[in-house]
Unconditional design. Structure first.
Length: 577
Protein backbone atom coordinates (compact mmCIF):
# COMPACT_ATOMS: atom_id res chain seq x y z
CA UNK A 1 0.00 0.00 0.00
CA UNK A 2 1.06 3.61 -0.56
CA UNK A 3 2.18 5.53 2.46
CA UNK A 4 -0.46 8.17 3.08
CA UNK A 5 2.24 10.58 4.20
CA UNK A 6 3.60 10.56 0.65
CA UNK A 7 0.26 11.84 -0.63
CA UNK A 8 0.41 15.05 1.35
CA UNK A 9 2.79 18.01 1.32
CA UNK A 10 4.16 19.36 4.61
CA UNK A 11 2.86 22.89 5.31
CA UNK A 12 6.34 24.43 5.08
CA UNK A 13 7.03 22.70 1.76
CA UNK A 14 3.63 23.83 0.47
CA UNK A 15 4.31 27.45 1.42
CA UNK A 16 7.71 27.24 -0.23
CA UNK A 17 5.99 26.12 -3.41
CA UNK A 18 3.72 29.14 -3.36
CA UNK A 19 6.66 31.50 -2.87
CA UNK A 20 8.35 29.90 -5.86
CA UNK A 21 5.21 30.39 -7.95
CA UNK A 22 5.10 34.04 -6.91
CA UNK A 23 8.74 34.51 -7.96
CA UNK A 24 7.98 32.87 -11.31
CA UNK A 25 5.03 35.23 -11.83
CA UNK A 26 7.26 38.24 -11.11
CA UNK A 27 9.88 36.94 -13.56
CA UNK A 28 7.20 36.49 -16.22
CA UNK A 29 5.88 40.00 -15.63
CA UNK A 30 9.38 41.42 -15.95
CA UNK A 31 9.92 39.47 -19.17
CA UNK A 32 6.79 41.04 -20.66
CA UNK A 33 7.89 44.52 -19.60
CA UNK A 34 11.38 44.01 -21.03
CA UNK A 35 10.15 42.59 -24.34
CA UNK A 36 7.60 45.35 -24.89
CA UNK A 37 10.24 47.97 -24.09
CA UNK A 38 12.73 46.39 -26.51
CA UNK A 39 10.08 46.30 -29.23
CA UNK A 40 9.26 49.98 -28.74
CA UNK A 41 12.79 51.41 -28.93
CA UNK A 42 15.29 51.68 -31.77
CA UNK A 43 19.07 51.58 -31.37
CA UNK A 44 20.69 53.67 -28.68
CA UNK A 45 24.11 55.26 -28.99
CA UNK A 46 26.28 52.25 -28.12
CA UNK A 47 24.27 49.32 -29.48
CA UNK A 48 25.44 49.46 -33.15
CA UNK A 49 29.05 49.48 -31.96
CA UNK A 50 28.54 46.49 -29.66
CA UNK A 51 26.72 44.49 -32.33
CA UNK A 52 29.46 45.14 -34.87
CA UNK A 53 32.00 44.05 -32.27
CA UNK A 54 29.97 40.91 -31.55
CA UNK A 55 30.21 39.79 -35.19
CA UNK A 56 33.92 40.60 -35.27
CA UNK A 57 34.50 38.73 -32.01
CA UNK A 58 33.07 35.50 -33.40
CA UNK A 59 35.95 34.92 -35.81
CA UNK A 60 38.66 37.10 -34.29
CA UNK A 61 38.49 37.45 -30.46
CA UNK A 62 41.67 39.53 -30.44
CA UNK A 63 40.54 42.16 -32.94
CA UNK A 64 40.56 45.92 -32.36
CA UNK A 65 36.75 45.92 -32.37
CA UNK A 66 36.68 43.92 -29.12
CA UNK A 67 39.22 45.81 -26.99
CA UNK A 68 37.04 48.69 -25.82
CA UNK A 69 35.05 46.59 -23.33
CA UNK A 70 35.04 43.00 -22.00
CA UNK A 71 33.72 40.35 -24.36
CA UNK A 72 31.11 38.31 -22.49
CA UNK A 73 28.05 40.34 -23.43
CA UNK A 74 29.25 40.54 -27.03
CA UNK A 75 29.33 36.74 -27.15
CA UNK A 76 25.75 36.86 -25.91
CA UNK A 77 24.74 39.27 -28.68
CA UNK A 78 26.59 37.23 -31.31
CA UNK A 79 24.87 33.92 -30.57
CA UNK A 80 21.31 34.83 -31.69
CA UNK A 81 22.73 36.76 -34.65
CA UNK A 82 24.75 33.70 -35.67
CA UNK A 83 21.64 31.55 -35.50
CA UNK A 84 19.61 34.04 -37.55
CA UNK A 85 22.17 34.94 -40.21
CA UNK A 86 25.27 32.71 -40.28
CA UNK A 87 26.37 34.26 -43.58
CA UNK A 88 26.82 37.60 -41.81
CA UNK A 89 29.78 36.12 -39.92
CA UNK A 90 31.67 35.35 -43.12
CA UNK A 91 34.54 37.89 -43.49
CA UNK A 92 33.91 37.93 -47.23
CA UNK A 93 30.14 38.44 -47.03
CA UNK A 94 29.19 40.43 -50.16
CA UNK A 95 26.33 42.25 -48.45
CA UNK A 96 28.46 43.44 -45.53
CA UNK A 97 28.66 42.23 -41.95
CA UNK A 98 27.18 44.99 -39.82
CA UNK A 99 24.02 43.55 -38.20
CA UNK A 100 22.18 46.85 -38.66
CA UNK A 101 23.65 49.06 -41.36
CA UNK A 102 24.29 46.32 -43.92
CA UNK A 103 20.71 45.08 -43.68
CA UNK A 104 17.31 46.49 -44.74
CA UNK A 105 15.49 48.29 -41.89
CA UNK A 106 13.10 45.42 -41.12
CA UNK A 107 15.95 42.89 -40.95
CA UNK A 108 18.11 45.34 -39.00
CA UNK A 109 15.38 45.79 -36.43
CA UNK A 110 14.93 42.01 -36.16
CA UNK A 111 18.66 41.64 -35.52
CA UNK A 112 18.55 44.37 -32.90
CA UNK A 113 15.67 42.65 -31.10
CA UNK A 114 17.43 39.28 -31.27
CA UNK A 115 20.54 40.69 -29.62
CA UNK A 116 18.44 42.45 -27.01
CA UNK A 117 16.78 39.12 -26.29
CA UNK A 118 20.07 37.85 -24.85
CA UNK A 119 20.13 40.78 -22.40
CA UNK A 120 16.50 40.18 -21.47
CA UNK A 121 17.23 36.55 -20.65
CA UNK A 122 20.25 37.45 -18.52
CA UNK A 123 18.27 40.16 -16.70
CA UNK A 124 15.39 37.84 -15.80
CA UNK A 125 17.77 35.11 -14.65
CA UNK A 126 19.73 37.65 -12.61
CA UNK A 127 16.54 38.62 -10.79
CA UNK A 128 15.85 34.99 -9.92
CA UNK A 129 19.34 34.66 -8.44
CA UNK A 130 18.73 37.81 -6.40
CA UNK A 131 15.59 36.09 -5.11
CA UNK A 132 17.58 32.95 -4.29
CA UNK A 133 20.22 34.99 -2.48
CA UNK A 134 17.59 36.86 -0.44
CA UNK A 135 15.69 33.70 0.59
CA UNK A 136 18.08 33.17 3.51
CA UNK A 137 16.46 36.27 5.09
CA UNK A 138 12.96 34.89 4.68
CA UNK A 139 10.57 34.25 1.78
CA UNK A 140 8.87 37.62 2.11
CA UNK A 141 12.17 39.50 2.05
CA UNK A 142 13.18 37.49 -1.03
CA UNK A 143 9.96 38.28 -2.83
CA UNK A 144 10.20 41.99 -2.01
CA UNK A 145 13.81 42.15 -3.27
CA UNK A 146 12.76 40.35 -6.45
CA UNK A 147 9.81 42.71 -6.94
CA UNK A 148 12.08 45.76 -6.54
CA UNK A 149 14.30 44.26 -9.26
CA UNK A 150 11.47 43.36 -11.62
CA UNK A 151 9.79 46.77 -11.45
CA UNK A 152 12.85 49.01 -11.29
CA UNK A 153 12.77 51.54 -14.15
CA UNK A 154 16.58 51.54 -14.29
CA UNK A 155 16.76 47.74 -14.58
CA UNK A 156 13.99 47.67 -17.18
CA UNK A 157 15.69 50.43 -19.19
CA UNK A 158 19.08 48.71 -19.40
CA UNK A 159 17.73 45.16 -19.41
CA UNK A 160 15.95 45.77 -22.71
CA UNK A 161 19.07 46.91 -24.61
CA UNK A 162 21.99 45.20 -26.33
CA UNK A 163 24.39 46.98 -23.97
CA UNK A 164 26.69 45.97 -21.12
CA UNK A 165 25.28 47.42 -17.90
CA UNK A 166 22.42 44.96 -17.37
CA UNK A 167 24.79 42.06 -18.03
CA UNK A 168 27.17 43.18 -15.32
CA UNK A 169 24.39 43.94 -12.84
CA UNK A 170 22.61 40.63 -13.44
CA UNK A 171 25.82 38.64 -13.14
CA UNK A 172 26.55 40.40 -9.87
CA UNK A 173 23.23 38.99 -8.63
CA UNK A 174 24.63 35.54 -9.41
CA UNK A 175 28.00 36.37 -7.83
CA UNK A 176 26.22 37.68 -4.74
CA UNK A 177 24.27 34.43 -4.44
CA UNK A 178 27.53 32.45 -4.74
CA UNK A 179 29.15 34.67 -2.08
CA UNK A 180 26.31 34.03 0.36
CA UNK A 181 26.71 30.28 -0.15
CA UNK A 182 30.43 30.44 0.60
CA UNK A 183 29.73 32.57 3.68
CA UNK A 184 27.36 29.90 4.99
CA UNK A 185 29.61 26.92 4.32
CA UNK A 186 32.78 27.03 2.24
CA UNK A 187 33.47 23.99 0.09
CA UNK A 188 35.45 23.25 -3.05
CA UNK A 189 32.26 23.25 -5.14
CA UNK A 190 31.01 26.52 -3.69
CA UNK A 191 34.40 28.22 -3.98
CA UNK A 192 34.62 27.06 -7.59
CA UNK A 193 31.17 28.49 -8.28
CA UNK A 194 32.26 31.76 -6.69
CA UNK A 195 35.38 32.00 -8.86
CA UNK A 196 33.33 31.20 -11.96
CA UNK A 197 30.65 33.82 -11.29
CA UNK A 198 33.22 36.48 -10.37
CA UNK A 199 34.98 35.87 -13.68
CA UNK A 200 31.72 36.21 -15.60
CA UNK A 201 30.99 39.54 -13.89
CA UNK A 202 34.50 40.81 -14.66
CA UNK A 203 34.12 39.61 -18.27
CA UNK A 204 30.89 41.61 -18.63
CA UNK A 205 32.20 45.06 -17.70
CA UNK A 206 35.22 46.48 -15.89
CA UNK A 207 33.45 47.47 -12.61
CA UNK A 208 32.67 43.79 -12.08
CA UNK A 209 36.26 43.38 -11.02
CA UNK A 210 35.50 45.57 -8.01
CA UNK A 211 33.36 42.86 -6.45
CA UNK A 212 36.31 40.44 -6.43
CA UNK A 213 38.02 41.78 -3.26
CA UNK A 214 34.67 41.92 -1.44
CA UNK A 215 33.88 38.29 -2.27
CA UNK A 216 37.45 37.18 -1.42
CA UNK A 217 37.21 38.83 2.01
CA UNK A 218 33.94 37.00 2.64
CA UNK A 219 35.52 33.70 1.57
CA UNK A 220 38.49 34.35 3.87
CA UNK A 221 36.24 35.20 6.83
CA UNK A 222 34.04 32.15 6.25
CA UNK A 223 37.04 29.82 5.93
CA UNK A 224 38.51 31.06 9.21
CA UNK A 225 35.15 30.85 10.96
CA UNK A 226 34.58 27.23 9.94
CA UNK A 227 38.17 26.07 10.59
CA UNK A 228 39.00 23.97 13.65
CA UNK A 229 42.18 25.82 14.54
CA UNK A 230 44.97 28.04 13.25
CA UNK A 231 46.60 25.33 11.16
CA UNK A 232 43.27 24.31 9.65
CA UNK A 233 42.42 27.98 9.01
CA UNK A 234 45.73 28.61 7.23
CA UNK A 235 45.27 25.51 5.11
CA UNK A 236 41.66 26.47 4.35
CA UNK A 237 42.65 29.98 3.29
CA UNK A 238 45.34 28.60 0.98
CA UNK A 239 42.91 26.13 -0.59
CA UNK A 240 40.18 28.76 -0.95
CA UNK A 241 42.53 31.28 -2.56
CA UNK A 242 43.89 28.67 -4.94
CA UNK A 243 40.48 27.38 -6.00
CA UNK A 244 38.94 30.82 -6.53
CA UNK A 245 42.01 32.11 -8.39
CA UNK A 246 42.37 29.11 -10.69
CA UNK A 247 38.67 29.03 -11.60
CA UNK A 248 38.55 32.82 -12.03
CA UNK A 249 41.59 32.94 -14.32
CA UNK A 250 40.64 29.87 -16.36
CA UNK A 251 37.08 31.14 -16.88
CA UNK A 252 38.33 34.55 -17.97
CA UNK A 253 40.78 32.89 -20.34
CA UNK A 254 37.95 30.74 -21.72
CA UNK A 255 35.88 33.82 -22.58
CA UNK A 256 38.74 34.83 -24.90
CA UNK A 257 39.27 31.37 -26.38
CA UNK A 258 42.36 30.55 -24.28
CA UNK A 259 44.48 32.76 -26.55
CA UNK A 260 47.71 34.48 -25.63
CA UNK A 261 48.40 38.02 -26.77
CA UNK A 262 50.58 41.05 -26.16
CA UNK A 263 49.27 44.15 -24.41
CA UNK A 264 50.65 47.53 -25.44
CA UNK A 265 49.88 49.80 -22.48
CA UNK A 266 50.40 52.93 -24.54
CA UNK A 267 48.18 51.69 -27.38
CA UNK A 268 45.92 49.00 -25.90
CA UNK A 269 43.75 48.63 -29.00
CA UNK A 270 46.70 48.36 -31.36
CA UNK A 271 45.70 51.31 -33.52
CA UNK A 272 49.26 52.54 -34.13
CA UNK A 273 51.46 51.03 -36.83
CA UNK A 274 54.30 50.42 -34.36
CA UNK A 275 54.26 49.60 -30.62
CA UNK A 276 53.94 52.60 -28.32
CA UNK A 277 54.85 50.70 -25.14
CA UNK A 278 55.43 49.60 -22.57
CA UNK A 279 54.31 46.12 -23.59
CA UNK A 280 53.26 43.09 -21.58
CA UNK A 281 53.07 39.56 -22.81
CA UNK A 282 52.37 37.17 -24.18
CA UNK A 283 49.57 36.96 -21.59
CA UNK A 284 46.16 35.29 -21.48
CA UNK A 285 42.99 37.33 -22.09
CA UNK A 286 45.04 40.27 -23.42
CA UNK A 287 41.92 41.99 -24.89
CA UNK A 288 40.33 41.99 -21.42
CA UNK A 289 43.42 43.62 -19.94
CA UNK A 290 43.33 46.10 -22.83
CA UNK A 291 39.72 46.92 -21.97
CA UNK A 292 40.75 47.78 -18.40
CA UNK A 293 43.39 50.18 -19.73
CA UNK A 294 40.93 51.71 -22.21
CA UNK A 295 38.23 52.21 -19.59
CA UNK A 296 40.73 53.71 -17.14
CA UNK A 297 41.88 56.18 -19.79
CA UNK A 298 38.29 56.86 -20.77
CA UNK A 299 37.37 57.52 -17.14
CA UNK A 300 40.18 60.03 -16.75
CA UNK A 301 39.08 61.82 -19.91
CA UNK A 302 35.49 62.01 -18.71
CA UNK A 303 32.22 62.74 -20.48
CA UNK A 304 30.61 65.99 -21.48
CA UNK A 305 27.85 65.93 -18.87
CA UNK A 306 24.89 67.98 -17.73
CA UNK A 307 23.54 68.54 -14.23
CA UNK A 308 21.03 71.13 -12.99
CA UNK A 309 21.51 73.55 -15.89
CA UNK A 310 25.30 73.28 -15.96
CA UNK A 311 27.53 71.43 -18.43
CA UNK A 312 30.94 70.03 -17.60
CA UNK A 313 33.67 67.82 -19.02
CA UNK A 314 34.94 66.82 -15.57
CA UNK A 315 31.77 66.09 -13.62
CA UNK A 316 30.49 66.79 -10.11
CA UNK A 317 31.06 64.86 -6.89
CA UNK A 318 27.29 64.78 -6.28
CA UNK A 319 26.18 63.73 -9.79
CA UNK A 320 25.22 60.15 -8.87
CA UNK A 321 23.59 61.20 -5.62
CA UNK A 322 21.36 63.49 -7.67
CA UNK A 323 20.70 60.66 -10.14
CA UNK A 324 19.63 58.35 -7.30
CA UNK A 325 17.39 61.04 -5.84
CA UNK A 326 15.66 61.90 -9.14
CA UNK A 327 15.64 58.61 -11.05
CA UNK A 328 14.67 55.99 -8.46
CA UNK A 329 11.03 55.52 -7.57
CA UNK A 330 9.62 57.34 -4.58
CA UNK A 331 8.49 53.94 -3.35
CA UNK A 332 12.08 52.69 -3.10
CA UNK A 333 13.06 55.87 -1.28
CA UNK A 334 10.07 55.53 1.05
CA UNK A 335 11.10 51.97 1.89
CA UNK A 336 14.50 53.22 3.06
CA UNK A 337 12.85 55.94 5.17
CA UNK A 338 10.42 53.42 6.69
CA UNK A 339 13.30 51.19 7.73
CA UNK A 340 15.02 54.08 9.47
CA UNK A 341 11.74 54.87 11.24
CA UNK A 342 11.50 51.25 12.38
CA UNK A 343 15.04 51.43 13.73
CA UNK A 344 14.20 54.57 15.70
CA UNK A 345 11.29 52.80 17.35
CA UNK A 346 13.07 49.50 17.83
CA UNK A 347 16.86 49.67 17.38
CA UNK A 348 18.29 46.70 15.48
CA UNK A 349 20.78 44.28 17.00
CA UNK A 350 24.41 44.21 15.94
CA UNK A 351 24.03 41.22 13.64
CA UNK A 352 21.44 43.05 11.51
CA UNK A 353 23.72 46.07 11.19
CA UNK A 354 26.74 43.89 10.44
CA UNK A 355 24.93 42.05 7.63
CA UNK A 356 23.66 45.31 6.13
CA UNK A 357 27.14 46.82 6.33
CA UNK A 358 28.64 43.81 4.53
CA UNK A 359 26.01 43.96 1.78
CA UNK A 360 26.57 47.70 1.32
CA UNK A 361 30.37 47.56 0.91
CA UNK A 362 30.32 47.03 -2.85
CA UNK A 363 27.53 49.52 -3.75
CA UNK A 364 29.15 52.21 -1.63
CA UNK A 365 32.47 51.48 -3.34
CA UNK A 366 30.87 51.78 -6.79
CA UNK A 367 29.10 55.04 -5.99
CA UNK A 368 32.20 56.54 -4.36
CA UNK A 369 34.57 55.61 -7.19
CA UNK A 370 32.20 56.81 -9.90
CA UNK A 371 31.48 60.04 -8.02
CA UNK A 372 35.19 60.83 -7.72
CA UNK A 373 35.85 60.10 -11.41
CA UNK A 374 35.22 62.23 -14.47
CA UNK A 375 33.02 59.70 -16.30
CA UNK A 376 29.48 60.68 -15.37
CA UNK A 377 27.13 59.46 -18.05
CA UNK A 378 23.91 58.54 -16.31
CA UNK A 379 22.45 56.25 -13.68
CA UNK A 380 23.52 53.14 -15.60
CA UNK A 381 27.11 53.62 -14.42
CA UNK A 382 26.06 52.83 -10.84
CA UNK A 383 23.47 50.20 -11.81
CA UNK A 384 25.74 47.44 -10.37
CA UNK A 385 24.96 48.85 -6.92
CA UNK A 386 21.23 48.27 -7.33
CA UNK A 387 20.87 44.55 -6.41
CA UNK A 388 22.64 45.14 -3.10
CA UNK A 389 20.62 48.27 -2.34
CA UNK A 390 17.44 46.36 -3.19
CA UNK A 391 18.39 43.56 -0.82
CA UNK A 392 19.04 45.99 2.02
CA UNK A 393 15.73 47.71 1.23
CA UNK A 394 13.85 44.41 1.26
CA UNK A 395 15.36 43.59 4.65
CA UNK A 396 13.19 46.43 5.98
CA UNK A 397 10.30 43.98 6.12
CA UNK A 398 11.24 42.15 9.36
CA UNK A 399 12.21 45.47 10.96
CA UNK A 400 8.82 46.96 10.08
CA UNK A 401 7.06 43.88 11.39
CA UNK A 402 9.01 44.02 14.65
CA UNK A 403 8.42 47.75 15.11
CA UNK A 404 4.86 48.19 13.84
CA UNK A 405 3.39 44.69 13.56
CA UNK A 406 1.10 43.87 10.67
CA UNK A 407 0.60 47.56 9.94
CA UNK A 408 4.27 47.82 9.03
CA UNK A 409 4.00 44.95 6.55
CA UNK A 410 0.82 46.47 5.10
CA UNK A 411 2.53 49.82 4.60
CA UNK A 412 5.49 48.13 2.88
CA UNK A 413 3.08 46.30 0.56
CA UNK A 414 1.29 49.56 -0.25
CA UNK A 415 4.63 51.25 -0.97
CA UNK A 416 5.55 48.43 -3.36
CA UNK A 417 2.22 48.80 -5.17
CA UNK A 418 2.74 52.55 -5.53
CA UNK A 419 6.19 51.88 -6.97
CA UNK A 420 4.75 49.49 -9.54
CA UNK A 421 2.16 52.07 -10.59
CA UNK A 422 4.85 54.76 -10.76
CA UNK A 423 6.86 52.56 -13.12
CA UNK A 424 3.88 51.56 -15.24
CA UNK A 425 2.90 55.21 -15.69
CA UNK A 426 5.91 55.73 -17.99
CA UNK A 427 6.21 52.26 -19.56
CA UNK A 428 7.92 51.67 -21.98
CA UNK A 429 9.92 54.91 -21.62
CA UNK A 430 12.09 53.68 -18.75
CA UNK A 431 15.26 55.43 -19.89
CA UNK A 432 13.40 58.71 -19.46
CA UNK A 433 11.95 57.80 -16.05
CA UNK A 434 12.11 60.58 -13.49
CA UNK A 435 10.23 60.62 -10.22
CA UNK A 436 7.94 63.21 -8.68
CA UNK A 437 10.83 65.23 -7.22
CA UNK A 438 12.12 65.83 -10.76
CA UNK A 439 8.68 66.60 -12.21
CA UNK A 440 8.34 63.26 -13.99
CA UNK A 441 9.78 62.50 -17.44
CA UNK A 442 8.70 65.93 -18.74
CA UNK A 443 10.48 67.85 -15.99
CA UNK A 444 13.46 65.59 -15.39
CA UNK A 445 15.62 66.71 -18.34
CA UNK A 446 15.94 70.12 -16.71
CA UNK A 447 18.23 68.44 -14.17
CA UNK A 448 19.70 65.32 -15.78
CA UNK A 449 19.86 64.06 -19.36
CA UNK A 450 23.05 62.01 -19.89
CA UNK A 451 22.17 58.39 -20.58
CA UNK A 452 18.46 59.22 -20.44
CA UNK A 453 17.90 60.51 -23.95
CA UNK A 454 20.13 57.92 -25.60
CA UNK A 455 18.55 58.10 -29.05
CA UNK A 456 15.93 55.45 -28.29
CA UNK A 457 12.88 57.26 -29.69
CA UNK A 458 13.95 57.66 -33.33
CA UNK A 459 11.26 55.17 -34.34
CA UNK A 460 8.54 57.64 -33.42
CA UNK A 461 10.21 60.35 -35.48
CA UNK A 462 10.47 58.05 -38.50
CA UNK A 463 6.85 56.95 -38.12
CA UNK A 464 5.56 60.53 -37.83
CA UNK A 465 7.58 61.63 -40.86
CA UNK A 466 6.34 58.68 -42.92
CA UNK A 467 2.70 59.38 -42.02
CA UNK A 468 2.77 63.18 -42.36
CA UNK A 469 5.36 63.76 -45.11
CA UNK A 470 6.27 67.25 -43.87
CA UNK A 471 8.14 69.90 -45.84
CA UNK A 472 11.33 71.14 -44.24
CA UNK A 473 12.19 68.85 -41.37
CA UNK A 474 14.95 69.83 -38.96
CA UNK A 475 16.39 67.19 -36.66
CA UNK A 476 19.20 67.21 -34.09
CA UNK A 477 20.71 63.83 -34.84
CA UNK A 478 22.07 62.00 -31.80
CA UNK A 479 22.61 58.36 -32.83
CA UNK A 480 24.89 57.10 -35.58
CA UNK A 481 22.57 56.47 -38.52
CA UNK A 482 18.98 57.78 -38.23
CA UNK A 483 18.61 57.86 -42.03
CA UNK A 484 18.75 54.05 -42.05
CA UNK A 485 15.35 54.04 -40.33
CA UNK A 486 13.86 56.42 -42.88
CA UNK A 487 14.46 59.78 -41.19
CA UNK A 488 15.31 62.47 -43.74
CA UNK A 489 16.32 65.78 -42.23
CA UNK A 490 18.34 68.96 -42.26
CA UNK A 491 20.46 70.28 -39.42
CA UNK A 492 18.46 72.88 -37.49
CA UNK A 493 19.31 76.54 -38.06
CA UNK A 494 20.43 78.88 -35.32
CA UNK A 495 17.84 81.46 -36.33
CA UNK A 496 14.07 81.24 -36.88
CA UNK A 497 13.00 79.45 -40.04
CA UNK A 498 9.72 77.83 -40.99
CA UNK A 499 9.56 74.07 -40.67
CA UNK A 500 9.12 71.13 -38.34
CA UNK A 501 11.70 70.61 -35.60
CA UNK A 502 12.53 67.39 -33.76
CA UNK A 503 15.12 68.10 -31.08
CA UNK A 504 16.75 65.45 -28.93
CA UNK A 505 16.57 66.58 -25.32
CA UNK A 506 20.26 65.79 -24.83
CA UNK A 507 21.16 68.13 -27.70
CA UNK A 508 18.97 70.88 -26.29
CA UNK A 509 20.21 70.74 -22.71
CA UNK A 510 23.79 69.62 -23.39
CA UNK A 511 24.49 70.57 -27.02
CA UNK A 512 27.45 68.79 -28.58
CA UNK A 513 26.82 68.59 -32.33
CA UNK A 514 25.34 72.08 -32.50
CA UNK A 515 26.70 75.34 -31.04
CA UNK A 516 25.69 76.10 -27.48
CA UNK A 517 22.65 78.38 -27.45
CA UNK A 518 21.91 77.74 -31.14
CA UNK A 519 18.34 76.69 -30.47
CA UNK A 520 17.53 79.06 -27.61
CA UNK A 521 15.40 81.12 -30.01
CA UNK A 522 13.04 78.16 -30.30
CA UNK A 523 13.19 76.62 -26.83
CA UNK A 524 11.93 79.75 -25.14
CA UNK A 525 8.63 77.89 -25.57
CA UNK A 526 7.71 74.52 -24.16
CA UNK A 527 7.65 71.81 -26.87
CA UNK A 528 4.43 71.47 -28.85
CA UNK A 529 4.69 67.72 -28.37
CA UNK A 530 7.21 65.05 -27.36
CA UNK A 531 8.26 61.80 -28.97
CA UNK A 532 8.62 59.36 -26.12
CA UNK A 533 9.56 62.19 -23.71
CA UNK A 534 13.10 62.32 -25.13
CA UNK A 535 12.56 64.31 -28.37
CA UNK A 536 11.02 67.79 -28.33
CA UNK A 537 8.78 68.59 -31.31
CA UNK A 538 7.99 72.10 -32.58
CA UNK A 539 5.98 73.40 -35.52
CA UNK A 540 7.17 76.81 -36.76
CA UNK A 541 4.91 78.45 -39.33
CA UNK A 542 5.44 81.88 -40.86
CA UNK A 543 3.66 83.77 -38.11
CA UNK A 544 5.55 81.96 -35.35
CA UNK A 545 8.88 82.44 -37.13
CA UNK A 546 8.24 86.18 -37.33
CA UNK A 547 7.33 86.29 -33.65
CA UNK A 548 10.46 84.33 -32.69
CA UNK A 549 12.63 86.77 -34.63
CA UNK A 550 11.71 89.48 -32.12
CA UNK A 551 14.22 90.15 -29.32
CA UNK A 552 14.01 87.40 -26.73
CA UNK A 553 12.14 88.38 -23.60
CA UNK A 554 12.74 85.24 -21.59
CA UNK A 555 15.22 82.39 -21.18
CA UNK A 556 14.73 78.90 -22.60
CA UNK A 557 11.99 77.03 -20.77
CA UNK A 558 14.46 74.51 -19.35
CA UNK A 559 17.27 76.77 -18.16
CA UNK A 560 17.93 78.76 -15.07
CA UNK A 561 21.62 79.44 -15.70
CA UNK A 562 23.04 77.27 -18.46
CA UNK A 563 26.71 77.70 -17.53
CA UNK A 564 29.53 75.48 -18.71
CA UNK A 565 32.63 73.94 -17.14
CA UNK A 566 34.99 72.16 -19.53
CA UNK A 567 34.09 70.66 -22.86
CA UNK A 568 33.65 67.41 -24.74
CA UNK A 569 36.57 65.38 -25.99
CA UNK A 570 37.01 63.82 -29.40
CA UNK A 571 36.78 60.39 -27.79
CA UNK A 572 33.49 61.33 -26.17
CA UNK A 573 32.13 62.29 -29.58
CA UNK A 574 33.02 58.90 -31.08
CA UNK A 575 31.49 56.74 -28.39
CA UNK A 576 29.47 57.18 -25.24
CA UNK A 577 29.98 53.84 -23.48
Amino acid sequence: MLDSRAMTTPPEQSRRGWWTVAAAVLALAQTVLLVTTALDKLDTMDEPHYLAGAVQLWWDPGSVETCDAPALAKWGFALPLRLLEPEMFDPGAPSGRHPLWSRPPDVARRNLLAARGATILVTVVGGLFLWLAARRFGPQVALLAHALWCFSPAVLAQGSLAALDAWLTSLLCVAGWATFRVAERPSIARLSTLGFTLALAAAAKAPGLGFLPVAVCVAWWSTVRHAGGRRAAAKGILVAATVVSLVFLSTLAGVYGFRLGTLDIGDPCGLADTPVGPTLGPVPFAPWLASLVVQTQHGRGGHYSYLFGETSGTGWWWFYLAALALKTTLAAQALAILRLAAWLKRPPNRSVLAIDAAILVYPMLVIAVMSLGNTQNGLRYILPAFPFLMLVGARALPDLRAAFGRKGVAVASAVLLVGMLEMLSVHPHHLMFFNFWAGGPKGGPRYLINGDDWGQDQRRVALWQRENRPGRFFYTRYTVNPSHWGITFEAPPCEPKQGFYALHAVEVHRPKRIPAGCLDWLTVDEPDARFGYSIYFYVVNGERAAQLRQPATKKPFWSSAGTSRGGSSDEDEKNEH
